[in-house]
Design a protein around this ligand. Structure first.
Ligand code: NAP
Length: 338
């Protein structure tokens, strides 16, 4: 094995939409694991919308990356060397590692992945952070109940596709919002959503939601913010719940939009709006995984992965999230299992 490895670093901070110039691929010496540490060879690397916040110097819900330093990512990889009792060479593990071919992690911060449970890549998607976000966002935060009409934005993405199917399984009527007819067809024909709105081809979003949700909206699972959210809010029912999961339509904005917003609608509807972070559910992670794996086995939860090949493609894959290039979870395949 070569004693070198490649890693992506943050070359500069973007203004507005990031470009490939903001990233730099460098070759460095392969790190050695210290006491309690594990050397991991990357199989799959996750690119996620929240990483946009980490490219900025200001505060987001994760620490900013330092310019000139390697960037972190959710990784599924194979253990190469281990100084930790829980891991041996050849094991598959997941954790927060680097955009890199190899990285060293504290063994206490890694979780084992059982390859018998399904493709190991799912530990970054439907059976990982995004799936768990969709699960708790819909069950705990939105408190979905049978008969609810539920709208999910970015519904064909990693989080949204799980959130919508969890709602359907709970007996709700589910409408997904997505940016292409292909995605909308996937939602209604393959995932069992009851309706969809292609926000890119709809001139009047409010009219589209009124038509597809004739009895109003009881739950809105918001992944995007902006005009889609404004239009859904116009349809909220009495005692509606809004789970604010993400605001991807605003992540590249250089100025945050300011009022007048639609807060008045919360008065007449007595709606509850609640933001949440999946990290708050660490202690119930295992419970969600068990439920999601059970849904998959029962045929009640389907998933898709958009996989690009090669570490060198990682920035492109990340930028593609903002153009809606992915269906389901966007992954970068970096290596094969031995
Ligand atoms: N709160 C938490 O703990 C937590 C955890 C994970 C993720 N999140 C948030 O959840 C959201 C979804 O994350 P994900 O990982 O599942 O990503 P994803 O949905 O798989 O990918 C992002 C999707 O967002 C849509 N999008 C991009 N720009 C948009 C715009 N301007 N307007 C409307 N839609 C747009 C695109 O689909 P279209 O083709 O439909 O446009 C794209 O495929 C993000 O906002 C993310 O930050 C929150």
């Amino acid at each position: 094995m070569s004693d070198q490895t490649r890693q992506w670093r943050l070359a500069s901070r973007p203004t507005g939409e990031p470009t490939e110039e903001n990233f730099e691929l460098v070759t460095v010496s392969r790190p050695e694991p210290g006491p309690g540490e594990v050397l991991v060879r990357t199989l799959y690397l996750s690119v996620d919308p929240y990483m946009r916040g980490r490219m900025d110097a200001g505060e987001s819900y994760a620490e900013p990356w330092a310019v000139g330093e390697p960037m972190e990512a959710g990784v599924v990889g194979e253990v190469v060397e281990s100084n930790h009792d829980d891991f041996s060479p050849g094991d598959v593990a997941t954790g927060n590692l680097l955009w890199a071919d190899h990285a060293v992690a504290d063994g206490d911060e890694l979780r084992p992945v059982d390859p018998e449970l399904g493709p190991v890549s799912t530990a970054l998607g439907v059976l990982g952070m995004p799936g768990i976000t969709g699960f708790f966002g819909m069950t705990d935060v939105a408190d979905v109940t049978p008969g609810d009409t539920v709208v999910v934005s970015a519904a064909a993405g990693a989080v949204g596709s799980v959130a919508g199917q969890v709602a359907a399984r709970a007996g709700a009527r589910v409408v997904g919002v997505a940016g292409s007819d292909e995605k909308c067809d996937w939602l209604t024909e393959d995932l069992g959503f009851d309706g969809s709105v292609n926000y890119r081809t709809t001139d009047d979003l409010a009219a589209a939601f009124a038509e597809v949700c004739p009895e109003g909206v009881d739950v809105y699972f918001d992944n995007v913010g902006g005009p889609i959210t404004d239009a859904v809010w116009g349809q909220l029912n009495r005692d509606a719940r809004v789970a604010v999961c993400g605001q991807i339509s605003l992540y590249n904005a250089t100025e945050q939009p300011t009022g007048p917003r639609k807060l008045g609608q919360l008065i007449q509807t007595r709606a509850t709006v609640r933001g949440f972070l999946v990290g708050d559910y660490q202690d119930r992670w295992g419970h969600a995984l068990e439920r999601l794996a059970g849904f998959i086995e029962a045929g009640d939860l389907r998933y898709e992965e958009s996989v690009v090949d090669g570490l060198e493609e990682a920035p492109d894959a990340f930028l593609g999230l903002f153009a809606g290039e992915n269906i389901g979870k966007q992954l970068v395949k970096v290596g094969e299992r031995d």
